[in-house]
Design a binder for this molecule. Sequence first.
Ligand SMILES: *Cc1c(COP(=O)(O)O)cnc(C)c1O
Length: 397
Amino acid sequence: MFPFTHNPATLSLIINELGEDRENYFNAVAPPIIQTSNFAFKKVDELRAAFQDEMSTYLYSRGINPTVDILRKKLAALDEAEDALVFNNGAAAVFAGVLANVKAGDHIVSVQKPYTWAFKMFENILPRFGVTTSYIPGLTIEEWKAATRPNTTFFYLESPNSWNFTLQPLEEIAQFARERGIVTLIDNSHCSPLFQKPISLGIDLAMQTATKYISGHSDTLGGVLTGTKAMMKKIFDSEYNTAGAGMQPFNAFLMLRGLRTIVSRFERITTSTLTVLDSLKQHPAISELIFPFDASFPQFELAKKQMTGACGLITIILKAKTRAQIVTFCESLRHILMAVSWGGHESLAIPKCAGLFDHEFDPGNREHQMVRIYVGLEDPHYLIQDLEQAFAKANLG
Ligand SMILES: *Cc1c(COP(=O)(O)O)cnc(C)c1O
C-alpha cells in the first residue's frame, strides 16, 4: 500500500460504505440511479419548507438528488471537508467557486498558468464585471504577500500545476489569506484527495475535476468543490442552482462506479509511473524530466511536506531541434494515444507545440519542447517500448 492521505481502513469505509443506505433500496449493492427531475409532496407546508431550504430537501434534481448525494458524501469525506457539491464538469466547479466569492471592484491573485478555462474566465468574463486578476509564479509566500492589494479578495491556486508541476506553499498561503479575509481555492486535480488534502491544510475551497481520476475510465465528465457547509450552501443557493451546472444522476452513478477502484488504480499507476520514469532518466532523447515526487524536482521538499505522493503525469523536455521532430515522435506512438485529459485507463501523450504554429516554434524555449505523458493502466514495459520506437523514428537519441 502506498502512503495515501487516509489510512486503508478509512479509504475502505468511505469508498465502499459511506453514504449508502442500502436498506432504502432493496439492499442492492450498487446504488440506484434515481433518474427523476422532481419529487412529490403530500403537504403544502412541507413544500413550503422545501422552498425555504432547498439544499436540505429532495425537491428538484437541479438541486439535490439522492444518487448525487451519495457521491457528495464520499467526496466530502475524502477531502475531510464538511460538505461537497458536484458539477457537470470541472470547469463549472471552478466557475461557481470563483464567481460566488468575488464582486465588482475585487482583485484576484492567481498562479501564472492556471487551467485554460480558469484563465479564460479571468481574462474574458470577470473583467466585464469589474473583477481583475494578476498572475504570479507563486512559488513562495513572499510572492503572494507582495501581489496582494487592498482590494484582493481571492487567491486562485493550482498545486501541482498540470504541466510543469510547480507547487505553492499551501499552509503558509492559507494562513496569510485567513488573516486578510481572502478566500482561497485550489485546483487539486493532479493529486486528487488520495495524495493531498488541501482543506486540512487550511485552504477554503478544494476543487478537482472528477473527469480524471474519480471517473477513471474516460467516459464521463464531472467536477467537485468541497469546503465548509456554509460555503457550500452559499454556492448552492446562488451559482450552483442558477447556472444549473450540477451533476446528473447517471453521471453520479458512473463516478461512484469509478471511485470503487480508485485505490487499486492509484497503486497500479504509481508503480507504472515510476517504472516509466526510470526508463526515461538519463535518456539521450530527453534534456529534462519533470515529476514532482522525484529528488530532481526543485520543490521536492515542499512536495513531500504537503503531498503524500504523485502519479500518472510526467513531462519530458525533448532534445528536438525542430518542431517536426516532436510531431514525428507524437505521431509515431502506436499505443499511447494523443489526446487531452488524463486519469483514465489509457495512456496519453500531448505536446505543448500542438498550441503553436511552425513559425512560432522556438527550439531554445524549453516549454515548446515539452511533451506531457500520462501513464495509464497498461503494462509499463509495453508503454516504454512504444516510447522507444517513437524516439527512434523522430531521431531523438
Ligand atoms: C481537466 C482539468 C480541469 C477541468 O475539468 P473538466 O472536467 O474537464 O471541466 C481543471 N483543472 C485541471 C488541472 C484539469 O486538468
